[in-house]
Design a protein around this ligand. Sequence first.
Ligand SMILES: CCCCCCCCCCC/C=C/C(=O)SCCNC(=O)CCNC(=O)[C@H](O)C(C)(C)COP(=O)(O)OP(=O)(O)OC[C@H]1O[C@@H](n2cnc3c(N)ncnc32)[C@H](O)[C@@H]1OP(=O)(O)O
Length: 298
Amino acid sequence: MALSFNPRLVRGVSRCHAIVTAKMALAASCRDFSAAEKSTVIVNLNDNTGVATIQLNRPPVNSLNLQLLTDIKIALDKLQMKKDCRGMILTSSSPGIFCAGLDFMEMHNPQEGRAREFWRSLQEVWKMLYGSRLATIAAINGHSPAGGCLLSLTCDYRVMAQGKFMIGLNETLLGMVAPFWFQDTMTNTIGHREAEKALQLGLLYSGENALNVGLIDELVPPEKVMQTAQVQMQTWLKIPDLARRLTKEQMRGPTLQKFVQRQNEDVDQIMKFIMDSATQRSLGIYLNTLKHKQLTSV
Ligand SMILES: CCCCCCCCCCC/C=C/C(=O)SCCNC(=O)CCNC(=O)[C@H](O)C(C)(C)COP(=O)(O)OP(=O)(O)OC[C@H]1O[C@@H](n2cnc3c(N)ncnc32)[C@H](O)[C@@H]1OP(=O)(O)O
């Protein structure tokens, strides 16, 4: 009898092994803050440095569904309540994929109540991360399209892995419009002119081009991403917390205030869009072709 194996399963096993190994290595000085046994994030807080790590842990691609968003929120809540926690590194437990953006399954033929809850959770996670009192660094160890790019943009600094990875807000390529707060976060990072091009054309940048336009701050070999993020974190933590935090509040305040004013209106608009039959038809067509699609970067 011929033996066969499922490559996805094998990939899953080696990922699990890596997670267990990494957890063991951190065990000496770190506390595991993961929300629950079946949490889709792995959270550690290093008591010596005050730096926490949140690893997105929803294989294969960390697509943002309601559970992952909820787990991120719980983790952040817990960390922000800990006085001794001063910094947070956001990364993925699946090297090669940071986050594939919103989970298409949350958008395809959803129940309206669930869809509202999903969108409100996304809004909440964005608001918490963008306004976080912590110094935050995204260690982008793989692809980061759409909602994945948004998550990284909420951080104060971005380190990305060299390789064939892409990052950007590619919503228009899917026939969708990035909501105003996605657009604002992008514009605040790369400036109005570049954001105008990036958003209208749905550009997915290579690491090199992302670095050139300022979408990321450093591009390093994949095995150096975490280490670089940790070294960079020391620079941020040398600044007195209050001064750094108040400066962040002042810089990001106007964007957050605009968001809060329009938050409910944004939910209503999204619901109108997603519950529309034409949207669902195009999404269905897109999902059928997802397997054969090759995203290309500039
Ligand atoms: C209910 C309210 C909804 C509100 C809707 C509002 C609409 C307006 C707002 C718009 C804002 C939208 C933001 C988004 O984030 S949309 C998501 C955009 N994401 C993408 O375009 C990425 C798509 N994925 C990929 O390009 C690749 O998967 C990737 C490069 C990330 C990785 O490639 P790789 O080859 O490693 O892996 P596969 O492609 O084989 O994928 C593995 C399996 O994962 C599935 N997958 C991939 N991405 C998603 C996703 N975003 N959601 C769900 N599932 C995803 C893929 O289909 C494979 O599944 P199978 O193993 O079953 O084949």
